[in-house]
Design a protein around this ligand. Structure first.
Ligand code: SF4
Length: 362
């Protein structure tokens, strides 16, 4: 099957004050796709493996306890390294960069990285637990952040705590969401991971609270990411059931995706009061259009959220590799990609050892 033609646009380079932007080299190799014909469009960059929450589906406290050894700063990619590699990715067709973690806002001076990446002219966004957002929203926007996604698993403090295992008031996260909206980071997406028997009875509260605000709640099926969150199929509330529950009170109409490969399935309120999304990795796999690559905190490329191993880029970066060297490595990894984990998930694969989400971002 001929490979899909992908328009490769030149990446804008970083400008010193007053200097004109040098032309970024175009990828001479032309079009490239993975073994399932998917193009590379979205890059997710984990900037830290640390977090101030202990969400049960991501960093359960019994594993990530006070004795857990997080990565030393020296092994994290520096902002300059992230910027260099991002420039290469943009030259290869990446249109969207999402900063993740752990909790990205715990990485010091993140605004400096955002300012560097905003020079690339991509859709620059970030996923946060919102705990530091009220304080940082303005600076993030001023640095060049375009949009933001906030994780919020309930509006009820006790249930919120049952999901994130941190003594942190919901009111502070809501304050952060308002600060982000006031700073112009709208529309804000709000991610709610739904776990049966823990917070699923709060789905309607979330829908009611954000309906008509312009913010978009995405209800996420509980996933077997990593190998520490004790995932069971019984704890999954299928998205179809979430849609049914909400639609019973606020009729919903399915909406078209914004772009091919969009993760969330979009549903509009029939009365025009906004929309929600559902992310159904377990019951409605969306691997066929998956155009995402993840870069771990230490500079390893993961071609799937449920990957077992990554492809080291840091060694190349730190051995003085040129943009061409890095480009060839990325293209080679992507071309060999055949991931479609959600299509082949079994109880056995769910138990297999997989990379932790807090290391590569969601
Ligand atoms: S399971 Fe892997 S291949 Fe499938 S959509 Fe998720 S990240 Fe992409």
């Amino acid at each position: 099957m001929p490979e899909k033609v992908i328009p490769i646009r030149p990446a804008p380079a970083f400008r010193e004050a007053g200097a004109s932007a040098p032309k970024a080299p175009r990828y001479a190799g032309g079009a490239f796709a993975d073994t399932l014909g998917r193009s590379l469009r979205d890059l997710r960059i984990s900037v830290t493996d640390r977090c101030n929450f202990r969400c049960v589906y991501c960093m359960p406290r019994d594993v990530f306890d006070e004795h857990y050894t997080f990565l030393p700063h020296s092994s994290l990619l520096s902002f300059e390294e992230i910027a260099k590699i991002s420039r290469v990715f943009v030259g290869l067709g990446v249109e969207k960069i999402r900063l993740t973690g752990g909790e990205p806002l715990v990485r010091r001076d993140l605004e400096r990285l955002i300012a560097m990446l905003s020079e690339l002219g991509v859709d620059l966004t970030l996923t946060t637990n919102g705990s530091l957002l009220a304080k940082k929203a303005r600076a993030l926007k001023a640095a060049g952040l375009k949009r933001i996604t906030v994780s919020l698993d309930s509006l009820d403090d006790a249930t919120f705590k049952a999901m994130n295992d941190a003594d942190f008031p919901v009111a502070k996260v809501l304050e952060g969401i308002e600060a982000a909206a006031a700073a112009g980071l709208a529309p804000i997406k709000i991610n709610m991971v739904v776990k049966r028997g823990v917070n699923d009875t709060h789905v309607l509260d979330m829908a009611r609270h954000f309906r008509g605000t312009g913010h978009i709640v995405r209800f996420i099926e509980f996933m077997d990411v990593g190998s520490t969150n004790g995932w069971r199929m019984d704890d999954v509330i299928p998205s179809a059931e979430i849609v049914r529950r909400i639609s019973a009170e606020f009729p919903l109409v399915q909406a078209d995706p914004d772009y091919r490969g969009e993760v969330a399935e979009r549903w509009r309120y029939a009365d025009g009061s906004g929309e929600i999304g559902v992310i159904s990795s377990v019951t409605q796999a969306f691997c066929r259009d998956c155009n995402r690559l993840r870069l771990s905190t230490e500079g390893a490329m993961y071609t799937c959220l449920f990957g077992q191993s990554g492809h080291d880029l840091r060694t190349l970066l730190r051995s003085g590799a040129s943009d061409d060297d890095l480009r060839d490595e990325i293209v080679a990894v992507w071309r060999a990609r055949g991931d479609r984990y959600s299509e082949i998930r079994t109880a056995e694969t769910a138990r297999a050892s997989k990379v932790e989400m807090s290391y590569i971002g969601g």
